[in-house]
Design a protein around this ligand. Structure first.
Ligand code: ZN
Length: 458
């Protein structure tokens, strides 16, 4: 056992050894937790409206335990005494003592751009001085700087930096992450980036939902219409071939629907072409200018639309009707000093609201706990709203909420053990999540664990 705390008594060890040949094996027992944040407890696929303001949190005087079976799925959540007696005959690969700690579901990061080279720290200063995204874009900076720099890097270099970023996300509690291509733009480069993401999937401790984002920007040598045609007639058929052959397992299609990038009609054609080959529609809309992206997305069955700082009233109503998930990105609004998206209007209208880091060279944040804090402080979300948005609703934005996003029997054992007596500390203690997170577990396996645990005085 990797963890000394909560080791079974020697007598129990002897009994277990005697019957180990016959004892069924399970991956993990986390026992004696003070609180378990289930998030949902009746199979909800997402939460909306007033329900977003409530979290299902379980507390018991004798503690609560979670058992994960041999397939990495949650077998039981219950009072510690009941779980102990139900599995007294079972040998667990790992046993963790969560006394005076909380068990949370792993976070689901609903929106990231993690594969690129060339940081843009220099532009940060320009932005602080007031330059807008489009001003930087028009000066040949911004995304084109990253596209050029990425193209110069080898597969191995991009693989290594991507894996490192995902490892850091895992240490911040993320266990499922959406990963976009989009710094290739041309067909061969976009497919290269998707193949590198595919390779990292096999090695990375956290799960990836891949997104093809060839329409992230218009290449400098093409008009928007030429780029649209190239994506629909050339890139998407190539993507289909690679998916059909098993070389790629891409799940989502994305477009940057924005003035001077792809307009709503071009975006709609691209997204529909992706949908026609089986991808979920999950795109950037209504960020810098009101373009009625939300109305367009809802009309073609978008699973999710990100940003929405400039969404219209009709767009909110359309998304509420189709239950398209609004993926809100507080880091971008914060770094770019954008008008905050109307989160409370979205929630009141019944739109499922999710959160993502939007990790990219323009908003360098790998941490969902920081995103939740920003969502609360800068966007007016309550802590339960932010937590629901960072778990069950962001899982819904990726079509994964049947298996991810809450601690329920049958779902994957994706867990965070928080060294705090109340779950709210993960949001309240801004930037201190690395000290608070004692362990991160993916499908019942410990993927990150602090070496020493000291009790923290609150
Ligand atoms: Zn983005």
């Amino acid at each position: 056992m990797a963890h000394a705390r909560g080791a079974p008594e020697p007598a129990a060890n002897r009994r277990q050894a005697m019957c180990s040949r016959r004892a069924p094996r399970m991956l993990l027992l986390v026992h004696s937790a003070k609180q378990v944040v289930l998030v949902t407890n009746s199979g909800e696929k997402y939460v909306t409206g007033e329900r977003m303001g409530r979290l299902v949190v379980w507390e018991e005087p004798g503690g609560i335990s979670v058992a994960v079976d041999g397939d990495g799925k949650i077998a039981k959540v219950g009072k510690s005494s009941e779980v102990q007696s139900a599995y007294s005959h079972v040998k667990f690969d790992e046993v963790l003592d969560a006394s005076n700690m909380c068990i949370l579901p792993g976070f689901v990061d609903g929106h990231t751009h993690p594969i690129w080279s060339g940081d843009r720290v220099g532009e940060f200063e320009m932005k602080l001085a007031g330059a807008t995204y489009l001003e930087i874009h028009e000066k040949g900076g911004g995304i084109f700087f990253t596209v050029d720099s990425t193209k110069e890097r080898s597969d191995v270099e991009l693989y290594t930096s991507l894996k490192h970023r995902l490892d850091m996300m895992a240490q911040s509690g993320t266990t499922l992450v959406e990963c976009k291509s989009g710094y290739g733009l041309e067909k061969n480069e976009e497919m290269r980036l998707l193949k590198i993401i595919e390779g990292v999937k096999k090695e990375c401790p956290i799960e990836i939902s891949s997104t093809y984002c060839g329409a992230h920007a218009v290449p400098r040598n093409k008009s928007t219409e030429e780029a649209t045609t190239s994506i629909i007639d050339d890139q998407i058929p190539e993507l289909k071939n690679l998916i059909d052959s098993g070389a790629l397992s891409v799940e989502n299609i994305d477009v940057f629907c924005e003035e001077k990038v792809f307009d709503p009609d071009q975006s709609k054609r691209i997204l529909q072409a992706g949908k026609d080959i089986g991808l979920r529609i999950n795109f950037h809309g209504d960020e810098l200018h009101p373009t009625k992206s939300a109305e367009m997305g809802a009309s073609i069955g978008a699973t999710a639309i990100s940003h929405l700082e400039e969404i219209s009233h009709d767009g909110i109503a359309a998304m509420a009707k189709t239950k398209s998930v609004a993926v809100i990105l507080p880091t971008t609004a914060y770094v770019m000093k954008l008008k905050p998206p109307p989160v409370q209007q979205l929630i009141r209208a019944g739109v499922p609201v999710a959160l993502g880091t939007d990790f990219n060279p323009n908003a360098y944040c790998l941490s969902m706990p920081i995103v939740m804090n920003l969502a609360c402080v800068t966007l007016g979300m309550s802590m339960p709203e932010a937590f629901n948005a960072a778990t069950i609703n962001s899982a819904a934005s990726l079509g994964r909420s049947a298996t991810h996003g809450s601690i329920e029997e049958g779902k994957y054992g994706d867990l965070i053990i928080l060294n705090a007596p109340r779950w709210e500390h993960i949001i309240y203690q801004l930037g201190n999540h690395h000290n608070l997170i004692y362990a991160v577990i993916k499908k019942g396996r410990v993927i990150h664990q602090k070496q020493c645990v000291s009790s923290i005085q609150y």
